[in-house]
Design a protein around this ligand. Sequence first.
Ligand code: SAM
Length: 269
Amino acid sequence: MNNRVHQGHFARKRFGQNFLQDDSVIQNIVAAIQPKKSQALVEIGPGLAALTLPVCDYLDHLTVIEIDRDLAARLIANPFLKDKLTVIEQDAMTVNFTELSKKMNQPLRVFGNLPYNISTPLMFHLFEYTHAISDMHFMLQKEVVNRLVAAPNSKTYGRLSVMAQYYCQIIPVLEVPPSAFKPSPKVDSAVVKLIPHQTIPYPVNDINFLSRITAAAFNQRRKTIRNSLGQLFTAEQLANLNINLDLRAENLTLQQYCELANAYSQMSM
Ligand code: SAM
């Protein structure tokens, strides 16, 4: 369904289009990114170029990934941008960021006001490429930022917190009200910086096991670990890992989840 007109463009709900219109918010985001000429910056979802234009003031070249054909065509035709932009007209969920980094001969600095409807799967996609990324700045729903940074023993701590913190250091940057966008979203937003760890603090042998164990635990977060992980571990195995069987998913630390993942991979050998 189309939304209201903006700069002659109908905001497309299916592409999560909420365009930034508040100059001070835009300036703050660009100041947080600190773009530098020599760096390989990549913007996801440039839209009507609210961030693209001010970021390009600092750069000779910027790569942008935009799924909306009409918006990609506008960017290619934009007289202030066309000499600086490489426009990848593609779903960011299918982009191989390792290849992109190889092409640019350096780790990527990724940023974007992400489409909220796919922000979590998109971040999971990007986590697969953290070896090729030096940092990421994203506008997200505030609630998602709260989940990214959440510590154990809180209601917001969940699978996203564990998986994101496995890969990255996470720093909230800025809160943004709905009025900063057109059309305004129904929720508050926030900007967050994610810096992939140079050395993973608690490395796992197989990330799929960490993914599977956190899914099993948090899909039944009200149950005790004895029950939620009962399909994967015996009570004895959990006790051997010094895990209190009466705890719930939200009480286990990232380190404990990583230990569980490595114990599971030992058992599967
Ligand atoms: N950056 C602009 C701004 O801040 O005003 C637009 C942000 S808007 C929230 C999200 C943008 O991401 C839109 O331009 C939308 O078309 C684009 N988009 C949506 N899904 C996408 C996808 N899967 N891959 C790439 N771009 C996508």
